[in-house]
Design a protein around this ligand. Structure first.
Ligand code: NDP
Length: 399
């Protein structure tokens, strides 16, 4: 059916590649391109020989000309961007220049400020529309499946959703005193930023990690959850009709937070460049270099993740609540694709979004967040491709 150019060769990209080759009728040919070509070659070596033809390439995705040249030579139908959020705009520019559809899993961030906003990518709406091209933004788990869950709840269970609480729990243990489950730089930038939630038409800021609750998660048990800002809050606030309040909660262990506090207090999480022995370095990037590579956590991580959305609203004049979630097991993910559940839960939805676009189900010219598409085929595909979901019509609520 089609050809996909996958940019990036890290934890998430590895899962995307594993999953694409499981659907060779859709992904007939893929090209894995990244800054470090040896990582692309290693993936090809592991997965070559099936029905999907695999090639690799070196590319600097910060450079539009290089991207255009690669796209013109491989001629993909879609670019799946699983590099870093800093590359979103250059890859979107290259897609526009070459007439190719686009999908990513994280919103654009400028390198020098930790800002999580869709404004830069939403500014491409008209350009994609005029070019007849589809750009799907934030098609991982959160953002991604959380938006699909919201669209599904809206379509099937509510006349109006008034409140959404997104709960992202990781009860996995990798045995290290401190490590991040995905790119440490992106992860720490997100956690050390102020918290923010949406209420009655505006965002309310909270100091980092200042709002804590205990939530009893299915198959995981009671966990401390902390309020964070997460990018899907911005798009859901616009796309879910009647919404009054949206919050995002993530679990952290005390051990993790103590390490983070110390690193923050000594300046290691700063993104301000400093001069070190005549060389300019960014403390957070240096920290990334000394922390365990997230890709190496796969074999060591045991336990489960549970990510889902709790909805409150009305249906036929009656108040209603609904909780939909996925539980993934780190070791099962590792057995299937050689990665832990954090990369797995991001890579599978990226493959599904690309598949639905290639099949025409999620093709509409413009730039869209996932909740703006029909959720039903995506929900079916989640069950089929490794992220089955469960429902609770009487969930515990978060005060
Ligand atoms: P990794 O750091 O493991 O991988 C990033 C990859 O991008 C690496 O292969 C890296 O190359 C490559 N890369 C970085 N800069 C460039 C560049 N200029 N040109 C070409 N390639 C480049 O990150 P993850 O796989 O953990 O995350 C990938 C994306 O997924 C991120 O955007 C992250 O924010 C997002 N994500 C989304 C989630 C969701 O649920 N929506 C959850 C988790 C992650 P090199 O190997 O040379 O460093």
């Amino acid at each position: 059916m089609g050809k996909a150019l996958i940019i990036g060769a890290g934890g998430v990209a590895s899962v995307v590649v594993h999953k694409c080759v499981q659907v060779p009728d859709v992904f007939e040919e893929i090209c894995i391109a990244s800054r470090t070509k040896s990582k692309c070659d290693a993936l090809k070596e592991k997965l070559d020989g099936g029905k999907t033809k695999i090639q690799t390439a070196q590319v600097d995705a910060d450079n539009v000309d290089e991207l255009v040249e690669l796209i013109n030579s491989f001629k993909p139908d879609i670019v799946i961007n699983v590099a870093l959020p800093y590359q979103d705009l250059t890859i979107m520019d290259a897609c526009l220049a070459t007439g190719v559809h686009y999908l990513d899993t994280a919103n654009y961030e400028p390198l020098d400020t930790a800002k999580f906003e869709y404004k830069w990518q939403w500014a491409y709406r008209e350009k994609f529309e005029e070019a007849g091209l589809t750009a799907i933004l934030g098609c991982g788990f959160d953002p991604g499946v959380t938006g699909v869950f919201s669209a599904y709840a809206q379509k099937h269970y509510f006349d109006e959703i008034h409140q959404i609480d997104i709960v992202d729990a990781n009860a996995g243990d990798h045995g290290y005193p401190f490590a991040t489950n995905f790119n440490p730089e992106i992860n720490i930038r997100e956690i050390t930023a102020n918290g923010r939630y949406w209420e009655n038409g505006e965002f309310i800021e909270t100091p980092p990690l200042s709002e804590k609750r205990v939530y009893d998660l299915p198959e995981i048990g009671p966990k401390d959850v902390y309020l964070l800002y997460h990018e899907e809050l911005e798009s859901l606030a616009q796309n879910i009709k009647g919404i009054k309040k949206i919050r995002f909660w993530m679990t952290f262990s005390e051990k993790y937070l103590t390490h983070l506090k110390v690193l923050e207090n000594v300046g290691m999480t700063s993104i301000e460049p400093i001069n070190f022995e005549g060389q300019e370095i960014v403390p957070l990037q240096f920290l990334k270099a000394v922390l365990p590579d997230p890709a190496s956590l796969g074999p060591r991580t045991k336990g489960k993740t549970n990510i889902g959305c709790i909805f409150q609203g009305v249906k036929d004049g009656e108040e209603k609540t609904y909780y939909v979630y996925n539980v993934s097991d780190h070791q099962e993910c590792y057995r299937e694709v050689g990665s832990q559940a954090i990369s797995y839960t991001t890579g599978v939805p990226a493959m599904i979004g690309a598949m639905l676009l290639l099949q025409g189900e999620w093709k509409k010219p413009g730039v869209y967040n996932v909740e703006e598409f029909n959720p039903d085929p995506f929900m079916d595909a989640l069950n089929e491709y490794g992220l089955p979901w469960q429902e609770d019509f009487n969930p515990e609520l978060i005060d």
